[in-house]
Design a protein around this ligand. Structure first.
Ligand SMILES: [Fe+2]
Length: 121
């Protein structure tokens, strides 16, 4: 879990705009899937041990995790499309024009001076 959270924090430093939104949802879904795996496992253990009171609560919690994941999937459909709309195939934001009609291109990655890799170098 600590690794998943650390990976998510790296996305906060690396991306911005809709791509950041998509990265945050992807990270949140990793957390939910981890939790689903853990609760699924302890449900199986509780069943084997015939701990029916515990099993009921654990199954309830597992369902809550699944619902959270489904909600994130619903949100991601819009967010991921927004990120795709902003991002062209070469990793740059889609072209736009400024007030004078000059084409503008900018990356969805934060400037190198703010990324982890450039700080480490
Ligand atoms: Fe959760």
């Amino acid at each position: 879990m600590e690794g998943i959270l650390k990976e998510g924090a790296e996305g906060l430093e690396e991306f911005e705009g809709s791509v950041l939104d998509a990265a945050m949802i992807a990270s949140a879904q990793r957390v939910e899937h981890y939790e689903m795996a853990a609760y699924g496992t302890v449900c199986a253990f509780a069943e084997l041990l015939e701990r029916n009171d515990d099993l009921g609560l654990l199954k309830e919690t597992l369902e809550e995790e699944k619902k959270a994941d489904e909600k994130l999937t619903q949100i991601s459909e819009t967010v991921n499309q927004n990120a795709m709309d902003e991002f062209s195939e070469d990793g740059e934001r889609a072209e736009s024009t400024d007030e004078e009609g000059t084409e503008q291109r900018s990356s969805n990655r934060k400037q190198p001076s703010r990324s982890r890799k450039s700080r480490a170098a």
